[in-house]
Design a protein around this ligand. Structure first.
Ligand code: SF4
Length: 882
């Protein structure tokens, strides 16, 4: 520790602090207009000047390190005088404005210098839906420019001209909306003046209360502070010391919250009658739900009823959803949307390594020398992870991108392998071939921790890059180079998305990716591992809590977990095999599945073959939908139960790196809506199972989860108060686990290499259907669009677009903006064409957000052979001019 005297008082600080950090630590505030803890100190504004004994001139506190024996004076009269002069100079060109909550105006007030602002008012750029730009209030601290470059990696804000003429403008040179901005909002958050400001606080006022919670969108799990005023969300800012997002958020987390207050929020329970929906009391809705399921059970038995948990609901709520299915309905027919995304990742990781979850953490990104991004448009779909990868690559790490499209990360990649959709296995096998043939494998690791080496070595011989190049559409030389980087520039970490899993061989694709990690020893180490990027906020938790037909809480196979769970529940766990979502729909079509409870999940818009899903829904005798909105699925229901948003309740989410984090109620439930767990308990009680559902808070449910989930037993609400914890965490003394498989695998000392053969997709292109369509998400719209379509994000993406290459457009005589019919073997939709150089000729891409486009009318019946995850990523289509 270093001994430092500050304003006459002796203090101790650890080595490595700057003077400003030391002052902050002991609660001394001095002006520092260009300082932001997320950025390298800059010393540009010079307001943080302090006097240091023995130094001829005052020094800037932000970039001067403390030293042992240093004596610092922070508010000496000559220092204060200099600050006042500097503040006056900065303020003199500003118009007489004051934007609440912006620190620079507070400074001027403190120094009695508000009258120093006498510059002319400037032009306001109001083009952006979330941020107002008024550069007449700019003091050229460059925080916006630096945070855009150094945290987001976007370089949208740029410095134009020099000296007195210095101006900060967006890279468009025109309006902010027309710039390259990705609307992460970091610039408005850091700007100390009214130059860049969140419009929401200008419209609704500054927050009266802040609540720390977790983002309701993607599986990255960013922590945020939600600011409310008069029961309404008026601003969201990142938690500065959050382990995942470290003071940053993306456009969805920071700004896309208006769905909470949307006018069409469904906040009353309803029952469908012959004349339409009728608003009823909660008592009637619960009674109707209990009656519908009781009748279905009596007439058709437990094999004909099921429950779908929700990636939008908490761990506690998903736990209760599967408990209700098993205890009250007596069925294992329970599933969640993990079925349609990363079920193959969980299955493959569990099968080969023994634990069905990401092996490493997001903090490993900065430790990796090479990052392999496969089938993931990370900067759009997991933006904070994307920004961290981007920053790391800009600082010198190697990046290999495997993706059919020239996605944003491909632009900065060391190597981009533009793989043909559906050919990941031959590509991974060819990389393995190079690693084996060129002896780039990790001999020590294989000797100690890998089984099946000789057999695999023989198997992989024939998978040369040359033999797969034409199948994958990737040059053999590129495959060789990628394999060499991955195997030699270690540690190498892979992150993968649905471009790997949503295929007819999704699980085996992940297995062949795990083979690469085993061969090269890139597992059980910092900066390495195999890491699925989970799509929705709590999709990892939904399946992990037991919304899974074959697994109980903790992803424990039913037979292995039965005894413990039955002891805790004091109720039997059904014996027969349950149906997953796809099997439930098939059974409904065949007339052997009759009642379904869908919680927070628009299956009609997101399941493949939407027309068949609709038929299946309509053939059921009883459907209950529990949601915030009357979505497409809800329109087909018999009972609608209004659920509140995550901003209105307590509980926990589990992010994609196994981290359990708190969500907290920032405002009371809107209208008559209730938490999902309260609704589930009410129905269980109405069906005579009250004693198994005696819960009065989310924490009480969590306490029961700890009893059945040994691996998470050490996680308590008290421990989660400060920050999330990554499981395994078996005891309250355990710190949580950042990296899995460090010494051994869950399956034993060794994990086995697997022979993976390639079976081509049945969705082949033909003369009749010559284009291969893949579907996915985008930065501004999220999944079914239920939430983001009710926010100003529609300004950025108002509809689903069909992205095709300019070459194909030219050949077909189509121009950007043209409406076309897109037809597959399974259906047709109308959609607007957008020309995209990121898409290769012969391929196409679209999102599945809009009910009035209904992309999933096109997708087909093929599913992953192991998990039944649909093959969303390969659909042969043709474009018809209208
Ligand atoms: Fe939310 Fe994901 Fe964006 Fe983070 S990256 S703010 S979790 S949507």
């Amino acid at each position: 520790m270093l001994q430092v005297t500050i304003n006459g008082q002796s203090r101790e600080f650890p080595d490595g602090y700057s003077i400003l950090q030391a002052l902050h630590r002991i609660g001394i505030d001095i002006p520092a207009a260009c300082f932001d803890e997320r950025l390298e100190p800059f010393g540009g504004c010079r307001l943080c000047l302090v006097a240091v004994q023995g130094m001829a001139r005052p020094v800037t506190a932000c970039n001067t390190p403390i030293a042992d024996g240093m004596s610092i004076e922070t508010h000496a009269p000559e220092i204060e005088q200099e600050r006042r002069t500097l503040l006056r100079l900065l303020a003199q060109n500003m118009p007489r404005h004051s934007v609440p909550a912006k620190e620079f105006y507070g400074c001027l007030r403190e120094y009695g210098l508000e009258s120093a602002m006498h510059g002319p008012a400037g032009a306001v750029d109001d083009s952006h839906p979330y941020i107002r730009v008024d550069m007449s209030q700019c003091i050229a601290c460059f925080r916006c420019v630096r945070i855009c470059a150094d945290v987001q990696g976007q370089f949208t804000w740029q410095v134009w001209n020099r000296g007195d003429k210095t101006e900060i403008r967006p890279d468009s040179g025109t309006t902010f909306l027309e710039s390259s901005c990705v609307s992460c909002g970091a610039c408005a958050h850091t700007c100390p003046t009214g130059a860049l400001v969140d419009k929401s606080i200008l419209t609704h006022g500054i927050p009266q209360k802040w609540t720390k919670t977790t983002c309701p969108y993607c599986g990255v799990g960013c922590e945020m502070n939600v600011g409310t005023r008069d029961g309404r969300i008026v601003q969201i800012v990142p938690v500065m010391d959050a382990p995942v997002n470290k003071g940053h958020l993306c456009v969805k987390g920071r700004y896309a919250y208006d769905y909470v207050h949307a006018e069409d929020r469904a906040t009353e329970p309803m029952i469908r009658t012959s004349t339409g929906w009728k608003v009823v009391s909660w008592k009637e809705a619960i009674a109707a739900t209990a009656h519908g399921f009781t009748q279905a059970l009596r007439e058709y038995g437990p094999g004909a009823v099921g429950v779908l948990g929700s990636a939008r609901a908490t761990n506690e709520e998903n736990y209760l959803a599967q408990k209700l299915a098993r205890v009250v309905l007596g069925t294992n027919n329970v599933d969640s949307c993990a079925r349609v995304c990363h079920a193959p990742s969980a299955a493959a990781l569990k099968m080969v390594l023994g634990t069905g979850a990401a092996t490493n953490s997001f903090d490993d990104i900065e430790q990796a020398r090479t990052i392999l991004v496969c089938g993931s448009n990370t900067t759009e779909n997991h933006p904070i992870v994307g920004a961290r990868i981007r920053q790391h690559v800009l600082r010198g790490a190697n990046l290999i991108v495997i993706d059919p499209r020239q996605i944003e990360l491909a632009e900065i990649a060391t190597i981009h392998l533009p793989v043909r959709p559906g050919t990941n296995i031959p590509l991974f096998n060819a990389m393995a071939n190079v690693i084996v043939e060129e002896r780039l494998y990790d001999q020590d690791f294989i000797r100690a921790r890998v089984a099946g080496w000789e057999d695999y070595r023989r198997f992989i011989q024939e998978w040369t890059p040359e033999s797969v190049a034409s199948i994958c559409g990737v040059e053999a030389d590129l495959i060789r180079r990628a394999a060499r980087f991955y195997a030699t520039a270690k540690p190498a970490m892979s992150v993968h998305g649905l471009g790997i899993t949503e295929h007819s061989q999704g699980t085996l694709s992940v297995v062949s990716l795990i083979n690469l990690a085993l061969l090269t020893g890139n597992i059980g180490k910092p900066g390495a591992g195999v890491n699925p990027l989970r799509g929705q906020n709590n999709v990892q938790g939904a399946a992990h809590m037991g919304c899974e037909p074959n697994h109980l809480t903790g992803f424990v196979p039913i037979d292995a977990g039965r005894e413990l769970v039955q002891t805790v529940w004091q109720a039997p766990v059904p014996k027969y095999k349950g149906l997953d979502l796809m099997q439930m729909m098939e059974a409904a079509e065949k007339g052997s599945f009759e009642a379904l409870w869908v919680i927070g999940y628009d299956i009609l818009l997101t399941n493949p073959q939407a027309d068949r899903t609709l038929e299946a829904m309509r053939s059921m005798k009883f459907v209950v939908v529990q949601d915030m909105f009357m979505n497409e699925t809800a329109r087909e229901a018999h009972v609608f139960l209004p659920a509140c948003s995550s901003m209105e309740k307590d509980g926990t989410f589990m992010n994609g790196e196994r981290r359990v984090q708190r969500i907290r109620r920032a405002m009371p439930p809107i209208g008559n809506s209730k938490s999902d767990w309260e609704i589930i308990c009410a129905v269980a009680k109405a069906m005579g199972h009250g004693r198994h559902f005696e819960f009065e808070s989310a924490e009480q449910i969590w306490e029961e989860i700890r009893k059945v989930w040994k691996v998470g037993a050490g996680i308590t609400y008290a421990r989660l108060d400060h920050a999330g914890i990554q499981w395994p965490c078996p005891t309250e003394e355990h710190p949580g686990t950042r990296i899995l498989h460090e010494g051994a695998f869950q399956t034993g000392a060794r994990a086995a290499l697997q022979r993976v053969e390639h079976v081509p997709s049945k969705e082949m292109t033909t003369d009749e259907f010559p284009l291969l369509l893949t579907t996915g998400r985008s930065l501004f719209q999220f999944n079914a669009g239920t939430m983001t379509l009710r926010t100003p994000n529609v300004v950025f993406q108002p509809t689903d677009y069909l992205d095709i290459s300019p070459d194909d457009a030219g050949r077909l005589g189509i121009v950007g903006g043209e409406m076309v019919t897109l037809r597959s073997r399974h259906g047709a939709i109308r959609i607007t064409v957008r020309l995209s150089p990121a898409v290769r000729p012969g391929e196409a891409f679209t999102t599945f957000t809009m009910p009035d486009v209904y992309t999933n009318r096109l997708t087909g019946p093929e599913v992953d052979e192991i998990t039944h995850t649909p093959e969303y990523k390969v659909t042969a289509v043709r474009i018809e001019k209208e």
